[in-house]
Design a protein around this ligand. Structure first.
Ligand SMILES: C[S@@+](CC[C@H](N)C(=O)[O-])C[C@H]1O[C@@H](n2cnc3c(N)ncnc32)[C@H](O)[C@@H]1O
Length: 293
């Protein structure tokens, strides 16, 4: 996919309407007049809302400050967690998508591109990687670090809760490490799922230490230092069209990573199906009466 074809693929992150690409290719304009500029770095600024909610604005600011020390810091954190092998664990996560050469993949919250490099490897040759983040400085570093061969890579600044793509655009979507702090997490899960084709794979992970460890002294030190480690797995934020859901704990059981495929519709519960025999009816009436006491 060429840069111009990528620009044509983008839609309004606010309404989903098509955008008009300027003749010079330096901006896109929505029907409501909102202009999304293409920055000097080639990164398209698709952030919505233009004035971010408080948590998103704070995270954008913090990562913009931390981008130079980020890679060093995050590797140290994983080392403290059961001396985890960061490279192997990241490979495991990317492996969950079952990517193939030539596929089109979106990564949200790509940061400095640590997982993006693995995604690019898996879809080579002929694939397209679309990499996004809310922090300009983090994403700019990713553009400098990644040296893709045989894969088209496109970058945009974006809020994971408002993705500028039509439904079913991607073979797979990946996000790791930021969703706990997104201002609109349920909306983000809906978006990360919406833009994947039916049958495509979604892989999402973040901090959440296994409940059976939370009272262990060293784990207590950890979540007191960073309360995000005590975040619950956000099952309730998942949309109804999730199929083949699996959960894994990684990095010393302090992070979760979930994988699922996208279904065309939610599973059906048929409450009209005739009950196969009076004996079942009697049995269930007794249960129902028992549970209502
Ligand atoms: C802990 S870093 C993870 C980066 C990368 N995925 C990794 O594993 O190294 C979290 C990233 O999420 C980004 N982020 C935070 N809030 C976001 C949002 N609402 N939409 C998109 N990205 C966001 C941050 O800018 C940051 O780069």
């Amino acid at each position: 996919m060429t840069h111009n074809q990528f620009l044509e693929l983008l839609v309004s992150p606010k309404t989903g309407e098509p955008l008009k690409v300027a003749d010079n290719g330096l901006s896109l304009t929505a029907p409501d007049g909102t202009v999304y500029p293409v920055l000097d770095s080639g990164i398209v600024d698709m952030v919505h809302p233009r004035e971010l909610f408080e948590d998103d604005a704070r995270e954008q600011y913090l990562y913009d400050q931390a981008y130079q020390r980020y890679d060093r810091g995050v590797s140290w954190v994983f080392e403290t967690l059961n001396h985890s092998d960061e490279a192997a664990t990241r490979e495991f996560m990317i492996g969950l998508m079952g990517l193939k050469p030539g596929q089109t993949v979106l990564e949200v919250g790509a940061g400095t591109g640590k997982d993006s490099a693995l995604i690019i490897d898996q879809i080579s040759p002929g694939g397209t990687a679309v990499l996004s983040d809310l922090s300009p400085n983090m994403l700019r570093l990713a553009t400098q670090k990644l040296q893709p061969k045989d894969v088209d890579v496109h970058f945009f600044l974006g809020n994971g809760s408002y993705l500028p793509f039509a439904d079913g655009t991607f073979d797979s979507v990946f996000h790791f490490g930021g969703i706990n702090t997104f201002s609109e997490r349920k909306k983000a899960f809906a978006e990360l799922t919406r833009v994947v084709k039916v049958g495509g794979k979604v892989v999402i992970g973040d901090e959440s230490m296994a409940p059976w460890l939370r009272k262990e002294p060293t784990y207590e030190i950890l979540w007191k230092a960073n309360p995000l480690f005590r975040a619950e797995i956000p099952y309730e934020d998942l949309p109804a069209t999730v199929e083949n859901f699996k959960l894994h704990y990684i990095f010393g059981n302090c992070f979760y990573v979930m994988e699922y495929t996208v279904a065309a519709k939610a599973p059906e519960i048929d409450v009209e199906l005739p009950i196969p025999g009076k004996d079942f009816i009697d049995n269930w009436r007794i249960r129902a009466e028992g549970s209502s006491k």
